[in-house]
Each structure stands twice: as structure tokens, then as C-alpha cells.
Design a protein around this ligand. Structure first.
Ligand code: PA5
Length: 408
């Protein structure tokens, strides 16, 4: 376990943490038992299906050779895992630009993407486990005719459409089989927000040039790390205890500009998994130092209903030295470190509890470790809170209202 978490700055009582260890360990056992619903992600990194992985890599190669644009239609868990990784990670080989679509009902964005598709050689990928999400139906049904017009016929378009969905069920599966799209499977026992390491996340990542074998290797090493037995669940326990102390919000601050979308992924993971039965921490994500010049004031002196988790990358991999002026001779990383440490000191000085997460280096291997760590942390916190981390009954309410308004 190379991802380091320091919860000392939360000033929690050591005895209180110790008391929760047995419950946390029971939660881990439940996750690993294989008998709980929607826990397929837990053992997935250690049971990687080599044939399936080759299929993803081959499909990605075809896209890389044949297309100059990969349009991915997906929302929530069927988009954020890939988007966050593509924003965060260096590309180890050249890839095809990935454009995500279907994440809103914005006409301007529709026009922009349709125009881009018309001017390029696109391959279209639709990712939806259920196959009936309204955003996805609208987006896919709008873009299919664009593909048909572009490539001359329904059959030619179908050769350039991929569908990532359930193995058997749902309208997208039916449509994909009828039209002969290339398909990949999101396993039934893995929910959207836990699907970053399934084809839903891996295919777009591979198309963009990310080394997905390394990523899965990192997740596997995290899954099998012996550290879980000692302190792997400390952050999960701490998050649970901070709520007990009355904190209602966790401010997760990224001290690296490429981690902004990881914050969006975390918001979905934590928010959708934990916000139930009147419980859960509101996950608010910020990027430092940018947001210190906007939200920094609130953090320092506003309502103290939150604790903070500062996420930083230890090795920047590149060195840039400021050549002149008052900061001459200092490296940008030196400034970033000073900013990070300065902010932690200032916030602790104001009485804010601050935890730290350190990523050794921003590459696919450590990123894989981080994803697995955060997924497990989230599931354990939710179980300690007594809520089901894997359902989202509340999301249905707006969908039902929307369907009523549309008469569908
Ligand atoms: O985590 C979840 O289950 C959700 O966020 C889904 O991923 C999201 O609603 C998209 O669903 P689907 O893949 O069925 O289109």
C-alpha cells in the first residue's frame, strides 16, 4: 500500500478509532465474502480475465488506428471514472482524443459535438449499464444518425459503434445485438460508480493511451496489501467518527491541477454511496492553489461544519526552476509543497481538522492503487454508518418526475 494516509491532524481519540477497528474489519470481510450484492469490484483486480483485457486493448487499437475522435456517451459511473483518469494520467502511448457526451441536456454542447463529428472520423461508444438512462438515450439516438450520414449507411455506422452494457439485460444490449455493434460487458454485480476498472472505464482510458495493465496492477496490489489489516481502514473509520462529532462535510482538496476530475469522481462515489437515511458527509472538492483564491476565505473563517482531506502528489516527475525575479532559483514543486504545507498549518491553526493523502507519483500504477483504496474506504465508511453503499434509491425520484413531465 503505497498511498499514504495521515489522519493524525483530525485529532481523533486513538481509543475511539481502536474501538471501531473490529467493525471495520467485519465490513472488509463482508466485502470480500463474495456473498454481498454489488461487490464484484472487490476481487475484480485479482481475477482479471486476460481474454477480456486483450479484447479491450484490441478494440482500443482499432480506434487508435481508424479514428481521430472517440465519442463516449455515458453519465455518472459510466463516464466519471474514465474522464478522471484521462485528465489525471500521463499517456504512455499516443491515443485518440476522447470526447464525453450525454452528460447534460445542453443544446449548445450537442451542436458542438455534432459539428465536430461531421468534420472528423469518429468512432462512437455508448456506455450504459441499464441502457435506459434518459441522458444516454437522448444522446445516443441523436448521434446514431450523424454516424449513418457520415459513413453512408446504417451498416457502415454500426461497424463503428461500440456498446458497453449489461451482458444480457436492457434495451441497449438488445439494440447492440440486433445491430451487430461490438460489445463489452459491465458485470451485473458491479454498480456504475464502482465500474472504473471494468470496460466502462478501461476502454476509454486505453483509447486515450493510458497503460491499463499498470492501472489494474496497482489496484491488485492495493487489494492484496497486508496493510489493510493494520491501518488500511483508518481513513474510513475517521470519516465515520468525524460525522459522529457533528461534521457534515468533507472538503477534499487536490493539490495537483490534474486531479480536478478525480474530485468529481469522488463526489459521485462518496455522495451516492453514503448520502442515505439522513446521513453521510457532503463531499466538497476543491483544487489548490486555485480555489484558495476563492473558497480559501470560507475554509479559513467560515462556518466550521467540515473537516478537510488534503490530497497531494509527492514526486512531480519534472523540475521547472524559476529563472529570475524574487522567486529566482526556486522550483515550482518547492512552491507547491510550501503552499500545501502552509495551507495545512493555517487551517489547523484555525481549528480545522485536516487529514492528508499522499500519492507517490501520478502514474497509472499508483492511480490504480488510489481508486481501489477510495472505493474500499467509501464502502467501509457507509457500512459503519449503517447504510447500503451500493444502491441509490434517491436518484430515481427526479427521473420519475422528469418522465412524468415528458409523458414517457
Ligand atoms: O453509480 C451509478 O449507478 C449511477 O451513477 C450510474 O452510473 C448512472 O446513473 C448511469 O447509469 P447507466 O450506466 O445505467 O446509464
Amino acid at each position: 500500500m503505497d498511498i499514504k494516509v495521515n489522519i493524525e491532524g483530525l485529532a481523533l481519540d486513538a481509543g475511539a478509532i481502536e474501538k471501531k477497528r473490529a467493525d471495520a474489519s467485519k465490513s472488509l470481510d463482508r466485502l470480500w465474502s463474495g456473498s454481498e450484492d454489488m461487490t464484484g469490484w472487490v476481487q475484480a483486480p485479482i481475477n482479471v480475465n486476460e481474454q477480456e483485457l486483450e479484447f479491450i486493448l484490441n478494440a482500443a487499437d482499432v480506434v487508435k488506428h481508424e479514428a481521430d475522435l472517440f465519442v463516449v456517451v455515458g453519465i455518472g459511473g459510466s463516464y466519471l471514472g474514465a474522464k478522471a483518469a484521462i485528465e489525471a494520467l500521463p499517456k504512455t502511448e499516443s491515443g485518440t482524443p476522447v470526447r464525453f457526451f450525454g452528460t447534460n441536456f445542453c443544446t449548445d454542447y450537442y451542436r458542438e459535438v455534432i459539428a465536430e463529428m461531421k468534420s472528423k472520423k469518429p468512432i462512437l461508444c455508448v456506455i450504459s449499464k441499464s441502457g435506459n438512462t434518459t441522458e444516454i438515450r437522448a444522446a445516443f439516438d441523436t448521434l446514431k444518425p450523424v454516424m449513418e450520414e457520415k459513413y453512408g449507411s446504417r451498416e457502415e455506422a454500426a461497424k463503428r459503434i461500440l456498446a458497453v452494457t449489461d451482458e444480457k439485460d436492457g434495451s441497449l444490449r438488445k439494440e447492440a445485438d440486433e445491430n451487430g455493434y461490438t460489445t463489452m460487458v459491465i458485470p451485473k454485480n458491479i454498480g456504475g460508480r464502482y465500474s472504473a476498472l471494468t470496460p466502462a472505464g478501461l476502454l476509454p482510458m486505453a483509447v486515450s493511451g493510458i497503460d491499463i495493465r499498470e492501472l489494474l496492477g496497482g489496484a491488485k496490489d492495493m487489494a492484496t496489501s497486508p496493510d489493510w489489516d493494520d491501518h488500511g481502514t483508518d481513513y474510513a473509520i475517521a470519516r465515520h467518527l468525524m460525522q459522529k462529532q457533528g461534521k457534515t462535510m468533507e472538503v477534499i482538496a487536490m493539490c495537483h491541477s490534474r486531479l480536478g476530475y478525480l474530485g468529481e469522481w469522488i463526489k459521485q462515489l462518496y455522495g451516492e454511496s453514503e448520502g442515505k437515511n439522513g446521513q453521510g458527509l457532503w463531499p466538497a472538492t476543491l483544487t489548490y492553489s486555485t480555489d484558495l483564491h476563492s473558497m480559501g476565505q470560507y475554509i479559513q473563517q467560515g462556518r466550521q461544519n467540515f473537516f478537510e482531506t488534503v490530497v497531494s502528489v509527492d514526486d512531480p516527475q519534472y523540475t521547472i526552476t524559476i529563472p529570475e525575479g524574487t522567486l529566482e532559483g526556486k522550483t515550482i514543486e518547492e512552491l507547491n509543497r510550501a503552499m500545501t504545507r502552509g495551507v495545512i498549518n493555517a487551517h489547523r491553526g484555525a481549528g480545522i481538522p485536516v487529514a492528508e493523502i499522499h500519492i507517490p507519483k501520478l502514474d497509472a500504477y499508483y492511480y490504480g492503487q488510489l481508486l481501489y483504496f477510495l472505493e474500499t474506504t467509501c464502502a467501509v465508511t457507509a457500512m459503519l454508518d449503517g447504510v447500503n453503499p451500493f444502491d441509490q434509491p434517491g436518484v430515481e425520484a427526479y427521473k420519475a418526475e422528469m418522465r412524468k413531465l415528458l409523458g414517457i
